[in-house]
Structures are given as C-alpha cells and as structure tokens.
Design a binder for this molecule. Structure first.
Ligand SMILES: Nc1ncnc2c1ncn2[C@@H]1O[C@H](COP(=O)(O)OP(=O)(O)OP(=O)(O)O)[C@@H](O)[C@H]1O
Ligand SMILES: [Mg+2]
Length: 387
C-alpha cells in the first residue's frame, strides 16, 4: 500500500518565468520505505519536500497521505501542515535555544495538547532511540552538532508521525560523524518503521539509506529505482554523469569502432546494428591500465591504443590516474598496492564489456543489445586492476 502519492505536482516560484522548481512530478512512496531524493543543487528536492509538508502552495497536482487527499489544486484544497501527520528534520537543526532537550522533544506533543505524562513518556522513548537520554536537561547550545541533530530527529519522531521528511539532515556534520549517524539512522528506520523521504546530494548516503532512490533533474524525476538499479544501470547520460562516471568514449559503430580517442579494439556485439553515434561510459574503478607492450586483452573487453599517464593522485587506498589517449582524458582509480605507473608512462586503457554503459540519444541501451550473443562466450574479460 502506498503511504504517500504525489500526482502531477507543479510548483513555479514567482519571477522564475515558466521554469518550474517541481515539474509535473508523479511519485508513490510505500509504507515503511525510505525513498531518497538525490540530485544536484537547485533541482527541486527541498521544494518537493516542502510541498508534501504543506509549507509550499503548488499550482497544480494532488497529494494523498494514507488515502486522504491533503492537497488538490483543482479543488483548492490545502490541508495545513499540522494536520498532515508529518515529522520533519532539516539541515539546520532548528531547536528552540531557550528550551532544554526534554522540552524541545516534548514540544510537538504539547502543541497538540498531550498530557504531561504522555509527553514525558514519549520524550523518554525517543531520547532512548537516539541514544541521548543523558542529555535531557541540557540546552541546545551545550550540545555538539551531532547531538543537536539527534535531538531534532527525536523531536520529529516523538508524535509517531506516519511520514518523516528529512532534508539533508547530516550535511552540517563532519565526515566521520555523518557516517556514524547514517548507520544510526538506518537502524532507527528499521526499528521504528516510519515511512521516510530523505533528501541528499551525496550518492553514498543515498545508496546506504534508500529503499529506493529517485534522481532528480530540473524539477523532474529522471530515474527511480533501487540503489542497485540506479548505480549499475543509470538510465540516462545525466544520471551517469551525476554519479561521477567520468570516462566517456564517443563512437560511431557503423565505422568499425573508430572513436574520439582512436580505434577501440574489441566488440560490443549487438551494437554493430546501431545506426548513429553512441557514447560509452565507464567508471574510473572499472578501467584497467595495461603496461606498454603487454599482450592484448582476451575475452569480452575493449581497449584503446597507447596513451600516456598525465598524473597520478595518491589518495590513500587508491591512486587516481589521469591518462591521455589521443587528446581524450581517462580517469582510472587503481588500488594503491596495484598502482605501479608513474606520470609519463605509456599505458593502454582497457575495460570489460560488462562495465561499459552504452548510451544512444542520451538513453541507456538495454544490456541484451550490447552483451555477447554467443552462448558461453561470457569470458572473464579484463578484470579491472582496481579489483
Ligand atoms: N522561495 C523561493 N523563491 C524563488 N525561487 C526559489 C525559492 N526556493 C527555491 N527556489 C528555486 O527553485 C529551484 C529549486 O530549489 P530547491 O531549493 O528545491 O532545490 P534543491 O534541490 O533543494 O537544492 P539544494 O541541494 O541546493 O538544497 C531553484 O532554482 C531555486 O532557486
Ligand atoms: Mg535543498
């Protein structure tokens, strides 16, 4: 059953001529799931969330929470936020500075007229969940950022809302704390079992937390799927680029495998049928570098003519190589213990067919069209040196 349904939602801010911050969005969120909205700055994530919360008035569309229509532009229906049974957590924790942690967490229940006993019970329950029971008497100014964010989360959870809206709740925290709180949030989601929409532009956070991930582009949802689907099969070049897949080879299949980086050796069998240009995207971690003079790779893989290492960036566990092949830059991320090349070395760029994401007219070409046609021909190919 869906807990939240958004239909054809449209929100345009005044002054932004015909550019909608949210552009005819359809979305269904299932009970108990954590749907992550992922996308670059300005793509409409916060606006969509604020519309669901009733903090923005959209121009068109409908929002249904648990079979109850809370917004319908056509009927001029717009239920106020406090009647929507929603909990919210934002990037800036927005705790009341003059209230103790206990009072902050009790606040939404008091506002609804709950008894003192119920308030205390609920606060004790959620402070336990976020592991902050010992901080109940402190003022927000006496807390660290991570503690403040846990309290903000506790406050949102206290009235047991059906839906939690979380807008980049971890982005003000330092890297280590982010990872810790992310894990904690995942555990809380499992224990409490709320339905959530989580906004972020951090893909690791999205893949860690999201039951499903929606990638947004200019007010629209470009792809919606499981973390795995989005990661492994980015539906469009926009999604591929947003996920940081930086190696792009432009090919005209009917010209053999002539590309902008020179002749590609190997074959993506089904693609020979393709009319018109395709672009092949390969992740830096899926690129293998072969030493000059090394034997041509066997199996289902492709390789390019010799290139030259321009730079090698050491980042601890990996070395990120920049390689120039006929004027096209490639990025290869190799495990440091396998990274033996230096700037100036001649190397060949190779990748397994299985790691090639092929796009025609911006859209991902289905895998059946690109994989080996002959039974049993799915050989190991070149395994990326990063493995
Ligand atoms: N109050 C406002 N008035 C006018 N334009 C606005 C307003 N709020 C947002 N916008 C515009 O709407 C678009 C979507 O903004 P939104 O805040 O939803 O983006 P976002 O995806 O949350 O970005 P970020 O990752 O930076 O938070 C942007 O172009 C933004 O400039
Ligand atoms: Mg935002």
């Amino acid at each position: 059953m869906h807990e939240l349904k958004v239909e054809q939602l449209q929100k345009t801010y005044p002054g932004r001529e015909r550019v909608a911050a949210v552009d005819r969005v359809d979305l269904e969120v299932e009970a108990g799931e954590m749907l992550v909205l992922l996308g670059p700055s300005g793509c409409g994530k916060t606006t969509l969330l604020r519309c669901v919360a009733g903090l923005e008035d959209a121009q068109a569309g409908r929002i249904t929470l648990q079979n109850k229509v809370v917004f319908d532009a056509a009927r001029r229906l717009n239920e106020p936020t406090h009647l929507r049974d929603i909990g919210m957590v934002f990037q800036n924790y927005s705790l009341w500075p003059h209230m103790s942690v206990q009072r902050n967490v009790e606040y939404p229940l008091r506002a609804r007229g709950a008894s003192r006993q119920d308030c205390e019970k609920a606060a004790a329950r959620v402070l336990e969940i976020v592991q902050c029971a010992h901080l109940a008497d402190r003022l927000p100014a006496m807390l660290s950022g991570g503690q403040q964010q846990r309290i903000a989360l506790a406050r949102a959870l206290a009235p047991r809302p059906k839906i939690m809206l979380l807008d980049e709740p971890l982005s003000n925290l330092d890297a280590l704390l982010r990872v810790e709180l992310r894990t904690h949030l995942r555990a809380i989601h499992r224990t409490v079992g709320f339905t959530g929409i989580y906004v972020t532009h951090d893909q690791v956070e999205a893949f860690n937390l999201g039951t499903r991930v929606a990638v947004m582009k200019a007010g629209r949802i470009e792809q919606l799927g499981s973390a795995r689907e989005v990661y492994e099969r980015p539906a469009t070049e926009y999604v591929a680029r947003f996920l940081g897949i930086r190696n792009v080879i432009s090919v005209q299949p009917e010209n053999g495998w002539e590309s902008d980086a020179g002749l590609l050796q190997g074959d993506l069998p089904g693609l020979a049928r393709h009319r018109g240009p395709v672009r092949i995207y390969v992740r830096p971690t899926a690129i293998a570098l072969l030493a000059d003079g090394a034997a041509s790779p066997k199996g289902d893989c492709m390789s390019l003519a010799n290139g030259r290492v321009l730079d090698a960036l050491y980042s601890g566990s990996e070395v990120d190589y920049v390689v120039d092949v006929n004027g096209v830059s490639f990025h290869a991320s190799l495990k440091a213990y396998k990274a033996t090349f230096n700037a100036g070395d001649r190397v060949r760029v190779a990748f397994s067919n299985a790691d090639a994401l092929v796009y025609a007219g911006e859209q991902l070409v289905p895998r059946e069209e690109t994989k080996a046609v002959q039974e049993g021909e799915v050989a190991a190919g070149v395994r990326p040196a990063a493995d």
